[in-house]
Design a protein around this ligand. Structure first.
Ligand code: ATP
Ligand code: MG
Length: 611
């Protein structure tokens, strides 16, 4: 929109005393200089609403020199000084003296505010006119303090989505342009906190001291700024780490029907980072507040809030907040990535995000497309997920790993949003209701899941020990279907079935029990070596648990080497096989020996809780 100034008359409103001739001359001078127009006439009006001073309006510009205007100018000046102080964190500076200086130096600045007027308001959308040359994505503030973001620019009007309550806004209300794009404060102070999509704390805790302000929309890192994904982001979930490894900087979709354990996988992955240097951000979009509260409690229970920020836009929040929440979370993540740190971000979930965006778009009058989503729905998620990256070493080598979650209806992965997000991500973990109800939890469908980064994101030990587990499982599933009614099977088939069953049992994992790499390697070597095949199906989990427990106590050397070296030479593999055989020869006796063994140091152990 272009600035439009209708007449040549500026209105000067005053409270009790009209301005002196000298003041009028001064004001004329300022206007002539600012608008390069010497012929602006001044019309004086008395305004009882003002407490003191003057307000000069010219077109859609306003100079607020009233008492209230001075007050708010001083206030915002103090906030800026405070922000700058926090950002610099210079030990030589003293915040009190800075603020004092600011007050002493305070002078009313002759900067005009650009003011627009609300034409229409409803459903969280305001249509405004005359707000000057606003940019897309810019923040505006309404009379009552509500913030909004410019989201739709037409020839004569601008559509603004509101981040708060619309009840204080009427047709004719004023809107002030802020001249800055929507953003969020960032900093380490956010760790351990639950905040809304604008960064305000929701957990009733202390004020957050940010160190910077990041725009919520940023272009993704370019090709030359990246490097290929090569470091593992361990989830601690055996079926994922062995078959669909996730690397730092990767985007892996978690997809499945409702109540199939999608959130649980993300949660376990966050919990598993307690022994790593990864910072976690969990973005909840359109979920119930009670679900989020429960999730935060779980994170606290496992001491995982320490390195986690939860950004929550609940189902009752306005659609604009749900829409910006994942972008805000990503902006927070970028702060750490730019400092060379590693971040894991979970978007739970993008189906609800798409729905929030759809309602916004329809209210803004954009034409509906397939499934009534607007035409740019693909871009909505692609520009979000492209921001996850592994930065090049020159840029510090930081990374953002994204775990977007998408909900399907009746397992239909070919619906609009699922296909979109599948094509944007580097693989998907497909969770199946049938498996979930059979008791196979996590309910990962081995056939439909994939990680396109593959083994380059695995440690060598895991890669070597996983062997042909994926093919064995696929063969088992096929054969199980073929043989379910036949009674006399040949030995070879029986063996394959038994092996498949053991693998299926092995991959079951309870909630909140992420497995360290060493435990995964030991389990895999024992299973792939066929050592567990003779164990009855129902005992497999118990034996696995006992065996790992025994390894921690009686084979500390092996565990230590695995943890430190992350390699698996043939010698070590043979040692593990021999040790596992020793345990399996008489598990009950071995378990008894563990009980007699001296207490081991929790800190040195690769696992503190059994699987
Ligand atoms: P929604 O669609 O409601 O978001 P979801 O797919 O995110 O659901 P979760 O909330 O993670 O699913 O899990 C659903 C239920 O399944 C929870 O009660 C959870 O405790 C249980 N569950 C998930 N994974 C496991 C597991 N590995 N072992 C046992 N129970 C599990
Ligand atoms: Mg969920």
């Amino acid at each position: 929109m272009s600035t439009r100034i209708d007449s040549n008359t500026a209105i000067l409103r005053y409270a009790a005393t009209p301005p002196t001739d000298e003041q009028i001359a001064q004001i004329r001078q300022i206007l002539a200089k600012r608008f390069r127009n010497k012929a602006i006439a001044l019309e004086l009006q008395k305004d009882d609403q003002l407490t003191g001073g003057f307000v000069i309006s010219y077109g859609n510009f306003e100079y607020d020199w009233s008492d209230r205007g001075r007050e708010s100018q001083l206030e915002s000046g103090l906030i800026v000084s405070h922000d700058n102080f926090l950002r610099r964190r210079n030990p030589e500076e003293n915040i009190i003296s800075i603020l004092k200086g600011r007050i002493e130096e305070f002078e009313l600045y002759a900067e005009a505010k650009e003011i627009g007027t609300v034409l229409e308001i409803g459903d969280g959308i305001a249509t405004i006119k005359d707000v000057g040359n606003v940019n897309y994505g810019e923040i505006v503030i309404f009379d009552d303090g509500t913030r909004g973001m410019v989201q739709d620019i037409q020839k004569k009007t601008v559509g603004v989505i509101l981040f708060g309550d619309q009840r204080g806004i009427r047709a004719g209300s004023h809107v002030v342009r802020m001249n800055r794009e929507a953003g969020i404060s960032v900093g380490e102070d956010y760790l351990g906190r639950v905040v809304d999509a604008l960064g305000a704390p929701l957990d009733g805790g202390a004020n957050i001291r940010p160190v910077g302000y990041y725009p919520i929309e940023q272009p993704a890192p370019g090709i030359s700024e990246r490097q290929s994904v090569h470091e593992p982001m361990e989830t601690g979930i055996l079926s994922i780490d062995t078959m669909f490894p996730i690397g730092r900087g990767q985007r892996e979709l978690i997809i499945g029907d409702r109540q199939t354990g999608k959130t649980s996988i993300a949660l376990d992955t966050i919990i598993n980072q307690r022994r790593s240097d990864v910072i976690c951000i969990y973005v909840a979009i359109g979920q119930k507040a009670s679900t989020i509260a429960q999730l935060v409690n779980t994170l606290k229970k496992y001491d995982a809030m320490r390195y986690t920020t939860v950004v929550a836009a609940t189902a009752s929040d306005p659609a604009p907040l749900q829409y910006i929440a994942p972008y805000a979370g990503t902006a927070m993540a970028e702060y750490y990535m730019h400092r060379g740190q590693h971040v894991l971000i979970v978007y739970d979930d993008l189906s609800k995000h798409a729905v929030a965006y759809r309602s916004l778009s329809l209210l803004l009058g954009r034409p509906p497309g397939r499934e009534a989503y607007p035409g740019d729905i693909f871009y909505l998620h692609s520009r979000l997920l492209e921001r996850s990256a592994k930065l090049s070493d020159e840029l510090g080598g930081g990374s953002i790993t994204a775990l977007p979650i998408v909900e399907t209806q009746a397992g239909d992965v070919s619906a609009y949003i699922p296909t979109n997000v599948i094509s944007i991500t580097d693989g998907q973990i497909f969770l199946e209701s049938d498996l979930f109800f059979e008791g196979m939890r996590p309910a990962v469908n081995v056939g439909l899941s994939v990680s396109r980064v593959g083994s380059s994101a695995q440690t060598e030990a895991i890669r070597k020990s996983s062997g042909s587990i994926r093919i064995d499982l696929a063969q088992y599933r096929e054969m199980a279907v073929f043989t379910q009614f036949s009674s006399d099977l040949d030995d070879m088939t029986k063996k394959q079935l038994a092996h498949g069953q053991v693998l299926m049992e092995l991959l079951k994992q309870r909630l909140g029990r992420p497995m360290p790499m060493a435990d995964q390697v030991i389990s895999l070597i024992a299973a792939n070596g066929g050592l567990l095949d003779d164990i009855p199906k129902d005992d497999v989990k118990d034996i696995q648990r006992g065996m790992l427990h025994w390894f921690h106590h009686m084979q500390e050397k092996i565990c230590l080497e695995l943890r430190q070296e992350k390699y698996l030479p043939f010698r070590l593999k043979d040692e593990i096989l021999a040790a596992a055989k020793e345990y399996l020869a008489d598990p009950a006796e071995a378990d008894r020996k563990v009980e007699d063994a001296p207490l081991f140091e929790e800190a040195n152990s690769s696992v503190s809780k059994p699987v």
